[in-house]
Design a protein around this ligand. Structure first.
Ligand code: ZN
Length: 250
């Protein structure tokens, strides 16, 4: 399984692409979140963006799903015909259609390919485009789901956006890789996690590698050394502070 960081930024960081991961395994592909500017970068970075099989939307904030109109328009413009799976919480079909219809009122009726929507609730499990997807709720200002992605015996836990709660611990246990939102350094604010709470979470969940993403702009520009120092206190797992276009083989 390969995880390419399309973006690692938070909502309003003008220097970064919104957090988005491109997962490839067993000939299948999955885009985890597709925010304002993530679809543009996905199309630029991926070798065959027109062959994307599926998209996961963790929740309905713009930095996690407002790239969908561009993505669908791009796929239509290059003549894609294979169906596309779009997964997310309850309301995924209604929200995506509302968004796309606002952007381009005629686009959905003219798509040369079919969209199949998969609705997920918390504690759900479904196979989508060859990926085994399991979910749990995460504490955020909008209803949001974290997801565990499994394929070919490998596993990745992606928190999406939010403060890690007990159900996340159960789902993330022994994952091969975790990608966690770490907006603040130490003190989690309501609906968000922090570097320190993520590191403690990974330690208890016995995850072997973690990437911290979605850092607030000040942390990314001024506190990375402090983050690296904190990571050194934990020796049972490896911590990555990825840049966009970096990939990790899991
Ligand atoms: Zn959010």
């Amino acid at each position: 399984m390969r995880c390419t960081f399309i973006g690692v930024g938070s909502a309003f960081d003008e220097t970064q692409t919104n957090t988005s991961l491109f997962i490839e395994a067993g000939g299948n592909s999955l885009l985890l979140d597709c925010g304002f500017n993530a679809a543009h970068n996905f199309v630029k970075l991926a070798e065959n963006p027109h062959k994307l099989d599926s998209v996961w939307i963790s929740h309905f904030h713009g930095d996690h799903f407002f790239g969908i109109p561009f993505l669908l328009g791009y796929l239509a413009s290059v003549g894609r015909v294979d169906e596309l799976a779009i997964c997310g919480p309850h309301g995924i079909q209604e929200k995506v259609c509302l968004l796309v219809n606002l952007a381009y009122p005629n686009l959905l009726s003219r798509l040369p390919f079919k969209i199949v929507f998969y609705v997920f609730s918390e504690h759900d499990n479904q196979i989508v485009a060859g990926f085994d997807l399991s979910t749990c709720i995460i504490d955020h200002s909008e209803y949001a789901l974290a997801v565990r992605v499994q394929s070919e015996g490998r596993s990745l836990f992606y928190s999406g956006d939010g403060k890690l709660v007990e159900s996340c611990m159960s789902l993330a246990q022994h994952a091969d890789f975790a990608v966690l939102e770490a907006y603040k350094f130490k003190d989690s604010i309501k609906g968000h996690s922090s570097v320190i709470s993520c590191l403690k979470f990974v330690d208890v969940a016995k995850i072997s590698r973690v990437a911290l993403v979605h850092l607030e702009p000040f942390m990314r520009t001024c506190k990375l050394a402090e983050v690296a120092e904190a990571a050194k206190l934990f020796t049972s797992f490896k911590v990555i502070l990825p840049e966009e276009n970096q990939y990790v083989d899991i």
